[in-house]
Design a protein around this ligand. Structure first.
Ligand SMILES: C[S@@+](CC[C@H](N)C(=O)[O-])C[C@H]1O[C@@H](n2cnc3c(N)ncnc32)[C@H](O)[C@@H]1O
Length: 189
């Protein structure tokens, strides 16, 4: 990713990250699945969003540009270098929502966070999705939306998570196929 982005517009920053990802693959949610994420954010109008897996800020910018200045996103990233680049991209995107990046392992960070959150976007280590959700669960408001990326390509690794949101009775959950992958969108009951 070229760190020399010199624009101050969210759409342009998103396009530049997409272009960088075409040259050197970056595991961003991307524009096709991102359209569904943005749509869910627009519908839910969340005040507080929890994101697990910041990378370089693409999805945080995508969500934050749909939110107003009274709302915030807390986003957790394991790697400091990526979190720093995310911080720069987020400043350049100049979006209304406040975004706080927390560097650390989500498994350790989530228990330290104060709820409530009314939206969660999970997009980090696939085998840990269920642990992230279980740690965040009592901080999620009733009706909160939990949006999980890669529920198609990594369905096997996320099997315990998908079984939980679909069959525990605690969520109303649906899968949306998008190209060769998919997203799982679950509403906390
Ligand atoms: C698929 S990328 C996130 C992409 C980003 N959500 C987007 O769409 O632009 C996954 C990120 O999760 C981070 N990650 C993996 N395990 C993590 C953990 N336990 N805690 C926090 N971040 C983690 C990785 O370092 C990586 O940057």
């Amino acid at each position: 990713m070229n760190a020399q982005i010199s624009v101050s517009n969210a759409d342009e920053v998103l396009r530049l990250i997409e272009q960088a990802s075409e040259k050197n693959f970056l595991p961003i949610i991307g524009p096709e699945k991102g359209k569904f994420l943005a749509e869910e954010i627009r519908k839910a109008e969340p005040r507080r969003v929890l994101e697990v897996g910041t990378l370089i800020g693409y999805s945080a910018i995508l969500m934050g540009k749909e939110m107003d200045h009274k709302s915030e996103i807390l986003t957790i990233e394991l790697h400091r270098d990526e979190a720093e680049l995310a911080g720069k991209n987020i400043v350049r995107a100049n979006i209304p929502a406040k975004i706080q990046i927390i560097v650390g392992d989500a498994l350790q960070v989530i228990p330290t966070l104060k709820g409530p959150f009314d939206f969660a976007f999970i997009d980090a280590e696939k085998t840990e999705y269920l642990q992230y959700l279980n740690l965040a669960e009592d901080k999620l408001a009733k009706g909160a939306i939990v949006f999980a990326d890669n529920a198609g390509v990594f369905a096997d690794q996320m099997g315990d998570y998908l079984d939980y949101v679909r069959n525990s009775g605690k969520y109303r959950s649906r899968y949306i196929q998008v190209g060769g992958d998919g997203v799982e969108i679950s509403v906390k009951l």
